[in-house]
Design a protein around this ligand. Structure first.
Ligand code: FAD
Length: 542
């Protein structure tokens, strides 16, 4: 018998059974850029909110990976054991194209379509979104790299093959990146790890032996890693396969697994290289440039990933607030709650549009879109990753005490939320990157302003913001660092919403975020805002 002392009323069931691809911003992005991908998006949109997938995500975080350093007899194993639920997640993610779609199905809008898939996947799980994002970004460097034949095709496969055998024997591989060392992750020039030619021959495609360590080494059961080590010519990019050409395991010694705040189903380890076999990628001394050539794609992935996490938290908050009542009405209709929910909708809508606009640049080969991406990448990575923790915390409060309990999914979102701002270039590094672009490639500002100006003349506040931004960006010293990157993000978001979202959304966003008619907490929109229309826009149509 359940609860003999009282009836159970006004509790909210788990949110499940929705199709996350009916999200209105997803619908807009697919219609505009990749209508052919709608079927794929709906298939994944239904999967990520199915009971089966939600259960797999829960189990994989409840039973995090375990390190097996040695076997019973003392021989090194350097293996990580995962709960079967983790492998199910990896299988779903890779087979649905969250990593490989653009490379396996190159057609117009395919990077945007993959960004939508990643946004949907991040609503289910951030841990497995790490290997999907890294593998996605790895394919362009693997392609045509001397000495790495066959790797790009296997990394692009819409498949997951965890078998512990050399890559040549596998249907599919997944790839990770190993840059960070104990003394610092932002400044890769300070790396201490060294690489020397294994055969005396130097140059791209030649074998090297690496000695040193990596302090954060995620997805240690990957098939290969891009890493940075010093050669005679300076920091160089090398590719480390998990297995040697003769089938033996490469010398990659796992020291321990990190006991992390979140992202717990994804193993992150500390490792030692001892004469570890690797292939040089690009020229010696050009390693930072080589490895950063894939950073545009990983940063794009985190921008849409954080938007996906925001979407998931918003969906949970709306579901709860529409179902639970207090003081005689659903929470979502209470006069102090509805502005909070409306504000969360604005934040998510701005993040999703910003992420998808950036994704669309990856599908273009025009010079203007390349330049736009150069500036928009750090802006969207910075802004979306930075706003996610604030939105998730507010969504948690909308759910109240029930959202603070581990059986609810919100604690997992909350622990996940800060991570994307840290890896693949911290917030400060993104702000620094914007300053670098404006100093070295100032013509990137023009397509950025052109894009934002597409909404010029629609409101005085947007015109004022454009004028202000133009002034700040062209007068170094007047606004730098985080101030400038924030203005770049908000003005672009406002422009996108004016053009592509209902008037209620664009007006309230502009009034609060551009005009400053807002206190810096959610729920403080101008009273004239149409909260009902804004919240309706945020609901997932059924
Ligand atoms: C869960 C997790 C998994 C990870 N997995 C991997 C992985 O697989 N591979 C990998 O290579 N790394 C990985 N990392 C490491 C991650 O990339 C680094 O943490 C990140 O690059 C920052 O480096 P750091 O931690 O050494 O911080 P630091 O570089 O020491 O920076 C600390 C702070 O100082 C700021 N700062 C640094 N330099 C400047 C500057 N010039 N101006 C202004 N501010 C500055 C930074 O913005 C940051 O706020 C992982 C990290 C986490 C948390």
């Amino acid at each position: 018998m359940i609860a003999p002392t009282h009836p159970i009323v006004n509790q909210v069931d788990d949110l499940t059974g929705i199709d996350a691809a009916t999200d209105r911003v997803v619908g807009f992005a697919l219609d505009r850029y990749a209508p052919w991908a709608a079927g794929r998006a709906h298939a994944l949109g239904e999967l990520v909110w199915s009971t089966e997938a939600l259960d797999a995500a829960r189990l994989s975080h409840r039973h995090p990976p375990e390190l097996r350093t040695f076997d019973r007899t003392g021989h090194r194993l350097d293996a990580v054991e995962f709960h079967p639920a983790y492998h199910r997640l990896m299988g779903w993610a890779f087979s649905h194209g969250v990593a490989g779609l653009p490379w396996a199905a190159p057609q117009p809008g395919t990077h945007l379509a993959r960004a939508v898939l990643s946004y949907l996947w991040n609503q289910l799980d951030g841990g497995t979104a790490c290997p999907t994002g890294m593998t996605y970004a790895a394919v362009p460097i693997l392609r045509g790299a001397p000495g790495l034949d066959g790797w790009a095709e296997r990394a692009a496969a819409l498949d997951y093959d965890p078998s512990p055998v050399p890559a040549g024997q596998k249907r599919a591989v997944h790839i990770a990146y190993a840059m960070t060392e104990k003394q610092g992750g932002s400044d890769l020039r300070a790396n201490l790890t060294t690489a020397v030619p294994a055969t005396g021959r130097r140059g791209p495609g030649e074998p090297y032996l690496i000695t040193g360590h990596k302090w954060f080494f995620s997805v240690p059961m990957s098939d290969g890693w891009f890493t940075v080590a010093h050669t005679e010519a300076g920091p160089s990019c090398l590719f480390v396969p998990r297995y040697l050409p003769d089938g033996d395991r490469n010398a990659l010694h796992l020291q321990r697994l990190k006991d992390k705040l979140g992202n717990r189903n994804n193993a992150s380890s500390e490792i030692e290289y001892r004469d570890t076999h690797a292939i040089l990628v690009g020229e010696e001394g050009q390693g930072i440039r080589s490895i950063l050539s894939s950073a545009d794609l990983t940063r794009l992935d985190f921008a849409v990933g954080s938007a996906g996490l925001m979407r998931a938290a918003l969906s949970q908050a709306l579901h709860h607030a529409d179902t639970r009542t207090a003081f005689g009405a659903p929470l979502s209709r209470l006069p102090v709650m509805s502005p909070v929910l409306a504000d969360l909708v604005l934040e998510w809508a701005g993040a999703a549009h910003l992420g998808f606009r950036l994704a669309a640049t990856a599908d273009s080969d025009t010079e203007d879109e390349r330049l736009l991406a150069r500036l928009l990448t750090p802006v969207a990575k910075y802004w979306n990753c930075k706003r996610a923790p604030a939105l998730v915390a507010e969504a948690l409060e909308c759910i109240g005490g029930n959202g603070y309990i581990e059986e609810h999914v919100l604690p997992r979102y909350y622990r996940e939320a800060p991570l994307n701002a840290i890896w693949e270039g911290t917030s400060n590094m993104m702000a620094t990157d914007v300053a670098r672009v404006l100093a070295r490639e100032p013509k990137a500002l023009e397509p950025y302003l052109e894009e934002a100006r597409l909404a010029a003349g629609t409101s005085k506040r947007l015109d004022d913001a454009l004028t202000r931004l133009e002034h700040l960006a062209t007068h170094p010293g007047q606004a730098t660092g985080r101030r400038l990157i924030s203005e770049l993000a908000l003005t672009m978001q406002a422009s996108l919403l004016v053009r592509h979202a209902p008037t209620a959304i664009a007006d309230a966003f502009g009034a609060s975020r551009l005009d400053g008619d807002w206190a810096p907490t959610f729920g403080t929109l101008p009273t004239a805002s149409d909260h009902t229309a804004i919240i309706e826009f945020g609901r997932i149509p059924q």
